[in-house]
Design a protein around this ligand. Structure first.
Ligand code: PGA
Length: 373
């Protein structure tokens, strides 16, 4: 069973439901379909369509917009008795009132959708390469040079980031000089400095020219026991050193199959991102990476990605309001040139965090071209 934290179900198709509801109301009210049963059916259908229209638009709204939308619907409900004819029999009157409210809600929903759809995506388009523990330093430099050399073929609207291993950062920073490709690290320490053998501090990677740091990647959660507690400290270190975290969330296969993926990503966000200040939140990138899709060749479908990205944005909006609309949410997990365009075309997908395909400059750049199609 799904909990109340999950994304809304679709009880009825909006367009066929609206047509059926309007037709049925017309027939019952004109007397062509007499009898109380038909009137009850048409009221029920109107109610369902109204509910569906509300769910559809409300899923995209932040808390304030949802409040205004609901308030407008209720105002319609209470105004209806004032504008409807007063002399109708009871059932006709109720049917008329429901039809009116339903139409009212639908008009508000359509206006909202037009405004929402016509508003260009203002969010950054990002393609970030997570090289993981791959390449020797000289190979990393070659790879970075390859990306720089082909960058001109991809729209300048796409922001490329490469995240090599720590050992390559200085050399790759040098190779990226003069280009607009940015540098990121794959992790940072939870402490500022001191006796932490083997750790690399956020201030060290920032000093090497990094602008980003990947935090909370599933491989680090899984193999190195990273918890929300450590991640809160790492986020604080990242912000203290002017780095933008690319915070990863995502469910494993068991959780997906048990239908718990919405709850899992919600908890990963609430336990870490909800602790950020509004200022910090403005400098955050989220990467949704279903663990079952990482390095497996199995990609989430574009619709699966959109469904959960929209949900993540809603969870962010519940805490940070309208600022959630500006937060880039990347998809990661077997993203490659052949599937990037379809995934990136989705409304709430703002790019990708790329593993395997980032190890070949031409594939990495071709993924960036996914935004142009
Ligand atoms: P993948 O890795 O593209 O190789 O699946 C993505 C990631 O782990 O960031």
């Amino acid at each position: 069973m799904r909990s109340r934290n999950t994304a809304p179900q679709q009880p009825i198709g909006l367009v066929p439901g609206s047509i059926a509801a309007l037709a049925l109301c017309g027939l019952t009210m004109s007397g062509l379909l007499p009898g109380i049963i038909w009137k009850l059916v048409s009221i029920l259908l109107c109610g369902m369509v109204w509910w569906q229209a509300s769910l559809n638009v409300m899923a995209k709204m932040d808390r304030r917009q949802r409040f205004i939308f609901q308030a407008l619907c209720y105002i319609g409900l209470f105004l209806m008795p004032l504008i409807g004819p007063g002399e109708l029999p009871r059932m006709e009157y109720i049917a008329l009132k429901f039809t009116g409210v339903f139409l009212w809600a639908l008009i508000i929903a359509i206006i909202y959708n037009i405004i929402y759809k016509n508003k260009p995506k203002m969010r950054k388009k990002i393609v970030a390469g997570n090289w993981k523990m791959n390449t020797l330093p000289a190979e990393g430099v070659e790879l970075a040079k390859g990306v720089v050399a082909g960058r001109g073929e991809v729209c300048s609207c796409v922001n490329f980031i490469v995240c090599p291993p720590f050992t390559h950062l200085a050399m790759v920073a040098e190779a990226l000089k003069g280009s607009d490709i940015e540098l990121g690290a794959q992790n940072c320490a939870a402490e500022a400095k001191g006796a932490y053998t083997g750790e690399v501090a956020a201030q060290m990677i920032a000093a090497l020219g990094c602008k980003y740091v990947i935090l909370g990647h599933s491989e680090r959660r899984q193999y190195y026991g990273e918890t929300s507690e450590t991640l809160n400290k790492k986020m604080a270190q990242a912000y203290a050193n002017g780095l933008t975290p690319i915070y990863c969330v995502g469910e494993n296969l068991d959780e997906r199959e048990a239908g718990k993926h919405f709850d899992v990503v919600k908890a990963q966000i609430e336990e870490v991102v909800y602790n950020l200040t509004e200022e910090q939140f403005k400098n955050l990138v989220i990467a949704y990476e279903p663990v079952w899709a990482i390095g497996t060749g199995k990609t989430a479908t574009a619709d699966q990605a959109q469904e959960i990205h929209a949900y993540i944005r809603k969870v962010l909006a519940d805490k940070f309001g309208a600022a959630a609309a500006e937060c880039p949410i990347l998809y990661g997990g077997s993203c490659k040139p052949s599937n990037a365009a379809e995934i990136f075309a989705k409304e709430d997908v703002d790019g990708g965090l790329i593993g395997g395909a980032a190890l070949k400059a031409e594939d990495f750049l071709a993924i960036g071209k996914g935004f142009q199609k």
